[in-house]
Design a protein. Structure first.
Length: 302
């Protein structure tokens, strides 16, 4: 289990376990449907241009041919497309009821997973049958999904994205049926989000430049992008944890609980409003976290 997943489970356990310190309080466990996270397709996030590769290799003409690519042409770039929700989104909450004026204070969390199609493209000699007139182009894209590099992360198969959000909310009862059997609440709160990094030009260059035996000249000559580096890139995504992103939310909730019986059921709808970017990179601009998060769960009151 990687560091990011351990942190998610540890926070979820803490949210639930802390409830024993309060006399009028409760805990809840829920399954979530996070409709707020979206990513714009980006078909060309350039890692290196031909000029960059020449600088790295110390050559003014890295392809060693007068009819080679232009200096400004992308040599290696990535694409991120086809963002998909996964069914995995779970969390918990701890709440204190009967707070004067505001009614309730609540701390909740959600851990969710998404995936997309991440690919590497690189410029190479695609036809060298005539050495005097080689054909340069971009070969078959290198897929960077979990299935492609033989890694497992829950049930995902594509390029993974994981997010843990922590919400602190204040609630006020709007109206209820007699004896508070069904209670409707509204509220506002602050959110903090921790996420794995997106596949990005910065992440790729960081992995390549830290891999001492990476064969850049081999790519130029048509050798395939090596399996070791592919796996290292996806592993860095899984293990990574971005700087926290901050936001706010407004919520509407419904709770069903019979008198005396401590077990109840709840549905919470939160409209998430990001304030800072989820990732401090150009790739982070492609993420949008504004939208609806719905949780449905079971509660236990003390």
């Amino acid at each position: 289990m990687n560091r990011f997943t351990k942190a998610a489970f540890a926070l979820l356990f803490t949210v639930c376990a802390v409830s024993s310190s309060y006399a009028i309080a409760g805990i809840g466990l829920h399954w979530g449907f996070d409709l707020s996270m979206e990513m714009k397709d980006n078909k060309e996030d350039v890692v290196y241009t031909v000029e960059d590769i020449g600088r790295i290799l110390g050559s003014a003409n890295p392809f060693n041919h007068p009819r080679g690519p232009n200096a400004g042409d992308p040599f290696l770039f990535i694409s991120r497309e086809n963002w998909k929700n996964s069914p995995i989104n779970f969390g918990g909450k701890f709440f204190i009821d009967f707070v004067p004026v505001i009614d309730a204070i609540e701390l909740s969390c959600n851990f969710g997973l998404w995936q997309y199609d991440g690919k590497i493209n690189y410029l190479t000699v695609v036809d060298n049958s005539d050495p005097l007139n080689p054909v340069f182009g971009y070969g078959e894209p290198v897929l960077l999904g979990l299935d492609n590099v033989d890694l497992s992360y829950f049930s995902l198969g594509g390029t993974p994205y994981a997010k843990l959000n922590l919400d602190l909310s204040v609630r006020h009862k709007l109206f209820a049926l007699p004896a508070d059997i069904i209670k409707f609440t509204g509220g506002v709160g602050a959110s903090v989000h921790f996420a794995t990094p997106l596949l990005s030009s910065g992440l790729i260059s960081n992995v390549i430049e830290s891999t001492r035996d990476f064969d850049m000249e081999g790519l130029i000559n048509g050798d395939p992008f090596d399996d070791k580096t592919q796996k290292a890139i996806v592993q860095k995504i899984i293990d990574g944890l971005a700087e926290p992103a901050f936001g706010a939310h407004v919520l509407l909730g419904m709770q069903f609980k019979l008198p005396v019986i401590p077990v109840g059921f709840y549905v919470d709808g939160k409209f998430m409003i990001p304030i800072t970017d989820f990732e401090d990179s150009k790739a982070g601009k492609d993420l949008n976290g504004m939208g609806l998060l719905i949780n449905a769960g079971i509660s236990l009151s003390f």
